[in-house]
Design a binder for this molecule. Structure first.
Ligand code: ZN
Length: 199
C-alpha cells in the first residue's frame, strides 16, 4: 500500500518482513532513521542489488547470480543423488556436515494448504523436470520433521511411486517437530547416513 507520506511508506514496507507488525515496523523505521542511517543505506542498496542480481538456479532452484549455481556446476559431486530441502538454510546446514556429496533441490517452502502454499508454490513441476532430465538414482527427502515437512515429503514420495528411483527420508536423530536449521551438524550428518527408504 503506497501512501503520500514518506514515513508511512517506510513503515508499510517494513511490514513485509516476517513477524513484523505495525508496532515493530514503527520501531524499526525510527531506529533506521535516527540511530543507523548508514546501516539503512547499506540495507537499501544491498536489497536493491540482490533483487537485481540474484535469481533461481535453473537446476536446483537455490539463489544464484548465474544460470546455474556452483553446486550444480561442480564435477566433483554425485549427479545421481538428489536431496530435496525446504530452504537454502537447510542446504547450507547439510553442506556444513560434509556428509553429503550429491545434488540438491530447494523447494523454497513446504506444502501448507491453509497458508495457500500448494505444489505450484514449492516448484514441484521444476523438481519433476529436474528428475526427468537427469539420471537420478536416489531422492533424499530432507524436509523438516514438522507436520508440513512430513506432508511435503509424503506428497513427493507419492508422485515418484511409479518411478524406479529410490526415495529415502532422512532418519532418526532429528526430533519430532524438529527443524533442520536448528539441529547440530553431527546429528544431521547421522540422519543422512541412516536415511530410510520411503517407497
Ligand atoms: Zn543449482
Amino acid at each position: 500500500m503506497q501512501t503520500n507520506n514518506t514515513l508511512e511508506n517506510l513503515i508499510e514496507s517494513l511490514k513485509c518482513l516476517p513477524g513484523v507488525g505495525p508496532k515493530s515496523a514503527l520501531r524499526l523505521a525510527y531506529y533506521l532513521l535516527q540511530r543507523d542511517r548508514k546501516g539503512a543505506h547499506n540495507l537499501a542498496s544491498s536489497i536493491e542489488e540482490s533483487l537485481k542480481k540474484l535469481g533461481h538456479c535453473k537446476l536446483c532452484n537455490n539463489f544464484t547470480e548465474e544460470d546455474t549455481c556452483s553446486i550444480c556446476d561442480s564435477q566433483e559431486r554425485l549427479s545421481d543423488t538428489l536431496c530435496v530441502v525446504e530452504m537454502p538454510t537447510d542446504l547450507l546446514m547439510l553442506e556444513q556436515t560434509h556428509s553429503y556429496k550429491g545434488m540438491y533441490f530447494v523447494l523454497m517452502g513446504r506444502l501448507s494448504p491453509l497458508d495457500g502454499i500448494g505444489p505450484k508454490e514449492i516448484h514441484i513441476n521444476k523438481l519433476l523436470e529436474r528428475i526427468r532430465k537427469s539420471d537420478i538414482n536416489e531422492i533424499i527427502l530432507a524436509t523438516n520433521f514438522t507436520t508440513e515437512g512430513n506432508t511435503t515429503a509424503q506428497y513427493i514420495a507419492e508422485l515418484l511411486k511409479e518411478s524406479k528411483i529410490n526415495v529415502t527420508r532422512i532418519a532418526r536423530g532429528l526430533p519430532m517437530g524438529g527443524e533442520i536449521e536448528y539441529v547440530d551438524s553431527g546429528t544431521l550428518a547421522q540422519s543422512i547416513v541412516e536415511r530410510k527408504k520411503l517407497i
